[in-house]
Design a protein around this ligand. Structure first.
Ligand SMILES: NC(=O)C1=CN([C@@H]2O[C@H](COP(=O)(O)OP(=O)(O)OC[C@H]3O[C@@H](n4cnc5c(N)ncnc54)[C@H](OP(=O)(O)O)[C@@H]3O)[C@@H](O)[C@H]2O)[C@H](O)CC1
Ligand code: K
Length: 503
């Protein structure tokens, strides 16, 4: 699914109106009706509802929603925050359609004395995608006041105070939203960590806008859905054999971090790789083969670098490098040996990322379309620090362009960045914030690369499946008790998501 900026949404609006021959007021009515249908299932009819309206089309939605809720016998009051001289045309039309029973309290910067009833639920229609500068002070004060209240807080399209597609300042006031009903597509800001405290959940409301359009600025943001993945997922063919699913090599698991590459190996095997070799040391080999006899080992020495060049002569279909590799001179040598001997894309995780963050010459040797899977700390080593998620994304895009790599930014709503394109993952939960979780992801993506998934598709599919394992696990585990080793246990059920849809 695509994510649009306000300009692109307005282009879609206009195109929809011209293709379908409907007016903007009709479109607003559809939006309000669809939002109201959702609201009816969320808001108890016994509790009064306060609809906060501004001056633009978001307010137009609000006036229409107030009317529709009133028709459903809700006790509705409108708080009209008059921060401009004139309502937009469609907002005005809907203001005039308000029935007399809906009380309207007018508020502007000169008259902010108003009573909020003790028990109300709140619908925020002050600003939508049109917010383009800091809100007037009196609007901020009212939002701050309501943020302290107990009732349910639902935002229409975008929580007021949150820019849909640009960064907020850390102290900006934003409507503290339990649920945002967002038209057509989620907005990029919903996936930015600095907005997490202001948006608990969102739901996309389809208002029948057309999809395809040559936008004046190209689309760059996507929100990964199961449907998108069905186009990527490759079901197994009847006459396939283990050779059809590639031979992957994982390199890591040095002294003190033996478990990392073992976790990667388990998830790689459970992600369908045909054959798996692990290049590690004797202790790792012993534990690995006890837990996962399907894996093969390539080294018996303590030193991982000694016979590596020779091991790499074998034509592996994919290589995953860095999990528990250590931050020693030997680690640099190993990374350098892989880069010298392998022209295919590789997956770089953990200590391999540390090594390249310290060595520009090595960064320049990374094979095109390699995948980097940094967590925030590792990412800072690669791109430097940032103030906002938007700045971070810009820096990651520049890095991705410069080195021709795909960067998987691991966080809540993991982002897969390939040049200017950003793919946002929405599966997963804080259970995944546990030691070894990243090693598992690295193993999964390496296994998918070995099965001939293109790098970008392997990264997108990998992060999606990784998240689903944790979502599925919550039926049996708590977020606290979930372990990285549980990821491989739930991978079977995660893949079934695709099998069910294929049949
Ligand atoms: N396709 C859709 O998704 C549909 C969306 N609808 C709804 O319409 C809004 C967008 O409406 P819009 O009128 O463009 O914008 P807002 O209502 O968010 O804001 C109104 C205007 O306020 C001005 N503005 C912006 N920031 C400030 C500020 N800090 N202080 C004062 N005024 C401000 C700005 O105008 P300017 O000319 O002054 O810049 C805004 O235009 C969308 O979110 C949906 O809710 C339709 O109902 C259906 C289709
Ligand atoms: K809003």
């Amino acid at each position: 699914m695509k994510i649009y900026n306000p300009q692109q949404l307005s282009e879609l609006d206009k195109l929809t109106m011209s293709i379908k021959g409907i007016s903007s007021l009709n479109l607003m009515e559809t939006a309000a009706e669809k939002a109201t249908t959702e609201l009816l299932s969320i808001l108890p009819s016994s509790t009064p509802v306060v609809v906060l309206c501004g001056m633009g089309n978001n307010a137009g939605d609000g006036f229409a929603i107030a009317r529709l809720l009133n028709q459903q016998h809700y006790q509705v009051e409108v708080f009209w925050l008059k921060f401009a001289d004139q309502l937009s045309a469609d907002a005005q039309a809907n203001y005039h359609r308000l029935p007399a029973e809906v009380k309207v309290t007018e508020i502007d910067e000169t008259q902010t004395n108003f009573e909020l009833s003790k028990q109300s639920n709140y619908i925020d229609c002050i600003f939508g995608v049109g917010l383009n500068r800091p809100m007037p002070k009196f609007v901020q004060a009212i939002i701050e006041d309501i943020n302290q209240k107990k009732g349910l807080k639902i935002a229409i399209d975008v929580p007021s105070g949150m820019y849909a597609h640009q960064a907020n300042k850390p102290n900006d006031i934003r409507f503290k939203t339990d649920l945002c009903l967002s038209f057509h597509a989620p907005k990029l800001s919903f996936f930015c960590s600095e907005n997490a405290a202001f948006l608990n959940d969102f739901k996309v409301i389809d208002i029948g806008l057309v999809e395809d359009h040559n936008f004046s600025t190209p689309l760059t943001c996507h929100y990964i859905t199961q449907n998108d993945l069905l186009k990527i997922y490759k079901p197994r063919q009847q006459f396939s054999h283990k050779g059809s699913f590639g031979h992957a090599l994982l390199i890591g698991g040095n002294t003190g971090m033996h478990g990392s590459v073992i976790l990667s190996a388990e998830t790689a095997l459970r992600s369908g790789v045909g054959k798996l070799s692990v290049h590690s040391n004797a202790i790792t080999n012993q534990v690995l083969l006890t837990r996962q006899p399907e894996a093969m080992t390539t080294n018996i020495d303590e030193d991982l670098s000694l016979n590596l060049a020779e091991v790499l002569l074998k034509d592996f279909d994919a290589i995953g490098l860095g999990m528990g590799l250590g931050r020693t001179a030997e680690a640099s040598e190993i990374v350098s040996t892989v880069f010298k001997n392998i022209q295919k894309p590789v997956l770089l995780d953990a200590d391999a990322l540390y090594v390249i963050s310290k060595n520009e010459a090595l960064r320049r040797q990374i094979s095109p379309k390699s995948i980097l899977t940094p967590h925030k700390g590792e990412l800072k080593g690669l791109i430097g620090d940032w103030q906002t998620s938007y700045e971070m994304l810009d820096k990651v895009k520049a890095f991705s362009h410069k080195y021709n790599v795909i960067v998987v930014v691991k966080e809540a709503f993991t982002k897969v960045v390939c040049g200017d394109q950003v793919f946002i993952n929405t599966t997963g939960n804080p259970a995944l914030a546990t030691a070894g979780s990243g090693d598992c992801l690295a193993g999964m993506i390496t296994a998918l690369m070995a099965q001939s998934y293109e790098s970008l598709n392997a990264a997108i599919l990998g992060v999606y499946l990784h998240g689903i394992t944790a979502d599925l696990a919550l039926s049996q585990e708590s977020q606290e008790s979930f372990l990285a080793s549980d990821i491989s246990k739930f991978l079977g059920r995660a893949f079934k998501y695709f099998e069910c849809e294929q049949n």
